[in-house]
Design a protein. Structure first.
Length: 543
């Protein structure tokens, strides 16, 4: 990047305007006639529900106009701290720096930009995200701003994927969590036996903090599992701790292998089919508290954990009952890997982790899919048609490597694989994948791996019906006590710290409701969701 030197001149309307100092003549970053009017034209049409990123600070006229006229959330990204110091020495940015909706990032790397946007841009709160470049500025540092644009695009992809899941499952997550909270009260008996590294505390699952597992196996349900079963059985006979995904439970049962734990994170009721016909009494189920309550009833002592839902985190923070497990990988195999890490496993082998369709097969033999399709088939919709429709429900991606490979990937499956690769590279444990035919998992160890030092929570005493009902009653009252949402204001601005936490627990439901009611204004959306959530809790309490 060339060194930037500014000179400063007055516009015809009296504003101080920065200009690049160049040998061929100074170049202004803004209009030298009326830079404020120019800025107002630039941000015209932007409403108060927008999140705006300005590339380049300049005189700050556009950012100031966005804050004053549109009441938007504003982020400015710029580079070269020395030139920024020049700007602040000659121009007053008080209207920007004193506004709590304004943020300036100076010399950020791509990861800082991504982290900031993932943390602060919530599609449920903002109508849109807009990027506005100060073209005269970015032309002087094209390399840095090109990287910035790439980082913004990558962040948006992550945020959009997460939001689309919230928009689909937000209501179901909320419904499941509040029912599981009430279920905990009746499930306070201890299991007949403590199984290896797992304990149970009043229905809220915790991990044994003294657990030290040398060898663990994680079993997914990819087609390669069929040819890996013999190796898995040998590992089991040698005392390895077997963690099964819910999808793979039927395949293991089909082959006479009982896992030491089963993990389930799916909030959909169809996950019930993974467990039908399997002997479950002595197998601990590690269950996301956002999972269907029906699943908890199948097991003697389900061990609920806290995934990524803000309501689950709020409940766990208030009551200190739930172990935290990472579900950000988007699939249950990833969460199984996090469980193995929490149990201090030294060596982990992945089975059936194809993250692809092998030879046009979706799952290993013995999984729920065949029986599920068999029950639904008729002469107009035979088994083969159902399997084909399931296989081709998402488009395949172009092949990455050799043309004769036996597997095909979708964008979702590739995303899951990449997340698992990223996670395993940052773990202290040695992670390998059993030989198979699916998409190859590149398990490259990062020298700067992160050691998991998280304290394992044991719980907070007894938990009974009074605890459950008391929490739900208080939570409902807190929702109803949230201030009325009004138009043309940032709702977060009128909330105190506790109210912000309560409101955050509603965001996935807001995403769900917003997708189905796009015509609603933000304040109407918030008021409707508050009312619906309060009504849902009241129904649960009456049962």
């Amino acid at each position: 990047m060339n060194k930037i030197n500014y000179v400063f001149e007055k516009s015809k309307t009296g504003e101080t305007v920065p200009l690049f100092k160049l040998q061929e003549g100074n170049q202004s970053l803004h209009s030298m006639i009326d830079p404020k009017k120019e800025a107002q034209r630039l941000i015209s049409g932007i409403c108060g529900e927008d999140f705006i990123i300005f590339l380049g600070l300049g005189g700050g006229f556009a950012a100031e106009a966005a804050l004053e006229s549109a009441n938007a959330r504003v982020l400015v990204i710029d580079f070269d701290k020395d030139s920024i110091t020049q700007l602040f020495a000659n121009i007053s940015y008080a209207k920007l720096t004193k506004n709590k909706h304004f943020t300036l990032l100076v010399d950020p790397d791509e990861q800082e930009i991504k982290n900031f946007l993932i943390e602060n841009f919530k599609p449920a709160l903002y109508k849109s995200l807009k990027t506005i470049p100060l073209r005269t500025r970015i032309e002087k540092d094209k390399e840095n701003f090109d990287k910035t644009i790439t980082a913004i695009q990558e962040a948006i992809e992550i945020i959009t994927a997460d939001y689309s899941v919230q928009a689909h499952f937000g209501k179901r997550w909320f419904s499941n969590i509040i029912r599981n909270i009430k279920y905990i009260k009746t499930n306070n008996q201890q299991p007949d036996k403590k199984i290896n590294a797992l304990e149970n505390t009043a229905g809220g699952g915790v991990l044994n903090p003294s657990a030290r597992i040398k060898e663990a196996a994680i079993v997914a349900a990819g087609p390669s599992l069929d040819c890996q079963i013999k190796t898995l059985a040998e590992l089991k006979s040698k005392g390895a701790f077997i963690i099964s995904t819910d999808t793979a439970l039927g395949a293991l049962s089909h082959n006479g292998i009982e896992p030491d734990a089963v993990v389930s994170i799916d909030c959909q009721h169809i996950s019930y089919y993974h467990f039908i016909g399997n002997k479950l009494k002595n197998i601990p189920l590690i269950l996301d508290i956002a999972s269907p309550p029906l699943l908890a009833g199948l097991f003697q002592s389900p061990l609920f954990f806290c995934g990524g839902h803000p309501l689950a985190k709020y409940f766990s923070g208030c009551c200190k009952k739930l172990q935290s497990l990472d579900t950000s990988g988007g699939n249950v195999t990833y969460t199984c890997l996090c469980l193995a890490e929490s149990l201090n496993a030294e060596h982990i082998t992945l089975f059936g982790a194809d993250f692809s369709y092998v030879d046009n097969k979706t799952y290993a033999r013995g999984t729920y899919l065949n029986s599920f399709f068999s029950k639904k088939q008729n002469r107009f919709y035979p088994l083969e048609s159902q399997e084909t429709a399931f296989l081709y429900r998402s488009p395949f991606l172009p092949r990455e490597e050799e043309a004769n490979q036996r597997y095909r990937e979708t964008s979702s499956l590739r995303f899951y694989r990449k997340k698992l690769e990223e996670k395993s590279s940052m773990m202290k444990a040695v992670v390998i994948s059993a030989p198979g035919f699916g998409a190859p998992i590149r398990l490259i160890k990062n020298d700067k791996y992160e050691i998991n030092n998280e304290e394992l929570e044991i719980g907070n005493g007894e938990w009974d019906s009074k605890n459950s009902e008391g929490f739900l009653k208080n939570y409902r009252e807190d929702i109803l006590k949230l201030p009325e949402a009004r138009q043309k204001e940032f709702y977060f601005d009128v909330l105190n710290e506790k109210q912000k936490v309560i409101y955050t627990t509603l965001l996935p439901y807001i995403a769900f409701y917003k997708k189905r009611n796009p015509e609603l204004k933000q304040n109407e959306l918030i008021e409707n969701v508050k009312r619906k959530c309060a009504e849902e809790i009241a129904r649960v309490l009456k049962r």
